[in-house]
Design a binder for this molecule. Structure first.
Ligand code: BTN
Length: 259
């Protein structure tokens, strides 16, 4: 299954977007928006790519994708979002991806792997890369890669070991255009909650957190913390109990190494 069909007018008209750009091939939709935002552009702006030649992931990693994967980035002006909340916005975007996909595949048991991954059946199906392109403007580039209708059999072995696609797990292709519109609608709704009604959002971050109760290792800066994950606090930080009964450690940013 390798067809991706996008109705750009419907994507713009049914969502909060002001403009949509489609690339048949681009190095990275995040990089494209980081360049474009130096010119006058209308936001929220969406860049979608049929294929990326240099997709980027967190921590300088590459994002491997092939035909059938859904790769897009949003340029958002977000003055209400405090700077320290950039990382928790990954959870909000990830939650939006989970719930948009579940509308199309209700049986899929999607989960958030703090802080920026979406998992299905213990394998990664989507990743989120949030970048701040301007020091002076309250602007974000929110890049989302979803292994939707692609086949990972040609992926490098390290990708195959830890990732999967929705098509690979469910056996049926999903409507990429509708999944994208639903993701965008969820992102808009959940962004408002992030600013105004945090309680509902917090419950949802916690409900989808796949690490809760697991013994994990998290690298934050140069320090590796280990312990049992107690969930996520109201700021989006991970809570870790290093030994039974110890006061929870708060990890605001980091990467989960083992879980
Ligand atoms: C990660 O898992 O480390 C984040 C992956 C983010 C990939 C998306 S695909 C669309 C956008 N463009 C990029 O170059 N990266 C993001």
């Amino acid at each position: 299954m390798n067809d991706l069909y996008f109705d750009l007018l419907a994507i713009r008209d049914e969502t909060f977007l002001r403009d949509v750009i489609f690339y048949e091939e681009i190095d990275s939709t995040n990089s494209a928006l980081i360049k474009l935002q130096q010119e006058p552009v209308e936001t929220p702006l969406l860049a979608i790519a049929q294929s990326q030649t240099n997709g980027r992931g967190r921590a300088g990693n590459n994002w491997w994708s092939n035909v059938g994967s859904l790769t897009f980035s949003l340029l958002l002006d977000f003055p209400m979002l405090a700077l320290g909340e950039l990382s928790s916005f990954s959870l909000t975007a990830g939650l939006s991806v989970c719930q948009a996909i579940e509308k199309h595949a209700p049986a899929a048991d999607l989960a958030l792997k703090w802080p920026n991954d979406v998992f299905l059946n213990d394998k990664k199906v989507a990743g989120i890369l949030i970048e701040k392109p301007s020091a002076s403007e309250p602007r974000l580039v929110v890049g989302i890669g979803i292994n939707l209708n692609n086949d990972l059999s040609e992926a490098p072995s390290e990708v195959r070991q830890r990732a999967t696609s929705l098509f690979g797990e469910l056996g049926d292709p999903l409507d990429a255009n509708r999944v994208l519109i639903d993701c965008l609608q969820e992102i808009e709704r959940r962004s408002r909650e992030q600013v105004h009604h945090r309680e509902e959002l917090l419950d949802q971050w916690r409900a989808y957190c796949m690490l809760t109760g697991r013994q994990i290792e998290v690298k934050s800066g140069n320090v590796v913390h280990s312990g049992r994950c107690l969930g996520i606090d109201e700021s989006g930080a991970l809570l870790l109990e290093s030994e039974p009964g110890a006061a929870p450690e708060r990890i605001a940013t980091g990467e989960v190494l083992k879980f």
